[in-house]
Design a protein around this ligand. Structure first.
Ligand SMILES: *[C@@H]1O[C@H](CO)[C@@H](O)[C@H](O)[C@H]1NC(C)=O
Length: 226
């Protein structure tokens, strides 16, 4: 019995000394993008590309998008001529396989004016669930007429997408965030690098002896019982 208490004490001590405070929840998601280009069949969506966000905390993202075909470009120009919307369906896929869909739109004309440079805003709640996805263009010449031949002359066919992750504002809670930031800043100043390994990879040196001790004490208890 005493052996087990000791084990737990060793485990806790181990966790505290290696910085329990840095154990935080991070996750990844992928976002599949499809867009509606047909003005005659608005429900028809075709694949646009995929975005992988390897770490929601750091917001690192990898964007893979197919170039538009000539035909798709023409479809967008038709939408622009009719002053219609360009719509994007975004399907978020979580690590557990759950999916969540969002629809976002922008004027087809603005997309052409921005020459397919767009921004995808992904809003997250405090638990890392996506609460909204919106596309926008960064530089749009305000007031430029969509019917003008400039816009319809555009030959650009590849999207250039920036992904920006918006973390939700937290409700008032004890100010642990700035404490951790201060802690991390100080750690950085000391030249320590943030440890991003998994739980077991970080703490195996504490876990393995504990498991061994428990096994050994279990074995000796059984021997004693015999
Ligand atoms: C995006 O992901 C889907 C599903 O995993 C796949 O079928 C499709 O080929 C991918 N598209 C690109 C552009 O990689």
């Amino acid at each position: 019995m005493l052996g087990k208490v000791n084990c737990i004490a060793i485990l806790l001590l181990g966790l505290f000394t290696s910085g329990w405070g840095f154990l935080e929840h991070d996750s990844w998601i992928t976002v599949e993008l499809q867009h509606a280009l047909s003005s005659t069949n608005p429900e028809q969506f075709s694949d646009r590309g995929n975005i992988t966000i390897a770490s929601l905390n750091s917001g690192q993202s990898n964007v893979v998008q197919d170039s538009l075909t000539k035909r798709e470009l023409e479809s967008i120009k038709v939408l622009a001529k009719r002053d219609d919307f360009y719509r994007v369906k975004a399907t978020v896929v979580y690590p557990n396989g759950n999916k969540q869909q969002f629809l976002t739109s922008t004027k087809a004309c603005s997309l052409l004016q921005a020459q397919f440079n767009d921004i995808l805003w992904i809003s997250l709640d405090a638990n890392g669930f996506v609460t909204g996805i919106t596309t926008s263009q960064d530089t749009v010449t305000k007031g430029a007429d969509c019917g003008t031949s400039d816009v319809l002359q555009i030959q650009e066919t590849s999207f250039n997408t920036d992904v920006i992750i918006r973390h939700s504002e937290l409700a008032p809670v004890p100010d642990t965030g700035s404490f951790i930031q201060k802690f991390e800043r100080e750690a950085k100043e000391r030249g320590e690098v943030r440890d991003n390994r998994g739980f077991f990879a970080k703490y195996w040196m504490y876990i393995v002896p504990v498991v061994l001790l428990v096994l050994i004490s279990g074995a000796t208890n059984q021997d004693a019982a015999k």
